[in-house]
Design a protein around this ligand. Sequence first.
Ligand code: ATP
Ligand code: MG
Length: 423
Amino acid sequence: VTPAPRPVVELVSIGNELLLGETTDTNATWIAARLAAEGISVLRKTTVGDDVATIRDVLDAALRRCRTAICTGGLGPTPDDLTRHALAALYRRPLVVDDGWLDVLGERYARRGMPMPAINRVQAEHPEGATLLPNARGTAPGIALDDDAHGLTILLPGVPAEMRGLVEAHVLPMLRQRLRPAAPLESRIVRTAGVSEALLAERIADIAADVAPLALAFLPHGTGVDLRLTYAGTSAEAGRALLDRAIGRLCERLGDDVFALEVVDLAAVVGGMLRERGLTLALAESCTGGLVAKRMTDAAGASDYVGAGFVTYDNAAKRSMLGVSAATLETHGAVSEACAREMAEGARRAAGADVAVSITGIAGPGGGSDAKPVGTVWMAVALGAVTHARRIIFPGGRAEIRERSAQAALDMLRRALSGALHG
Ligand code: ATP
Ligand code: MG
């Protein structure tokens, strides 16, 4: 009995639009994640244009390395879709027409009352001896071709939804049978906000040094840092126990800096807290122009806890909509502690809400001064009898300053709601 091949594949993404930077290669990312969950590793990802010789050579090299390759793109009916030709060239097989798929295509068009365009006939073509993988969502079927000289190549259409359907329905079952998958990687995430990567690393240095055989990764992303723990051993049960223990230690150490143990937006976490406490929220945004309102209302059912959001970009709007006093604007300016406080309290009053958050700052690139450089942002949270205010000077360009302001304000609200903010 020959041993099953190693659970390793290569991915080849095909399309000139990928090389031109017009399309982001989300297909390879999605397939890699899906395979990792199955215990199948990706050895290499390659991106190539719609060119027969290049596709053939890249595929040839991939198969020499690991004997299993998955390609996406270039199965369409137009003359620039050449992937099936490259496969035929590599395996030295003629292209033949699959009458069964031709009938399927003909019927689909007939049902919509349309004749099938002649060029769609190409999509029933495949190298002789290949297996067609029926595509329920589109006209291009997947194509699987396997022989002793080369190994297995699977071609999938580039359209993401079609590709995903084929992977679930055909590719994974085929690979599970062919390869002997290792235990799937188990990983967990710890999402933090309000702490820099360096500070976080310092605070958990002793834990990080001690998590082996787990791997700990720091994933900073501009508005926070995620910690990812991964187990790659053979016993899923032992892995889960190790992960639970390590997550427990990290949470204990980091306390309120952790806002979630899953991939979820901070705004959704805050929404859950408001719902749980039966509180309604009002927002007063200046430099963020409604970013916080947008994120707070991304979740369905947000009307349960979001009352109103005011985008008061101009001083006149801060006065008329929120009741910020002329004296405050005159004496301290719009980017000031006093203004942030009055904005939050005014929004809460105007919306009849329980809690309010305000943001006022200088997103740049112009408008900064020595006293208030670009990136200076005041934010406030009005909750109960207390209004908390805070200033942060954010680094980055306009977009980053706006994103970071929104995140910091949401984090301030989260901490206030959990009672962890004082003063
Ligand atoms: P079709 O049968 O629809 O013609 P196809 O196999 O020819 O599909 P392409 O023409 O290469 O696929 O791409 C179709 C669509 O899918 C395009 O909008 C393209 O931007 C998108 N797409 C292609 N490859 C990828 C990829 N690697 N990641 C994300 N999107 C992709
Ligand atoms: Mg294409």
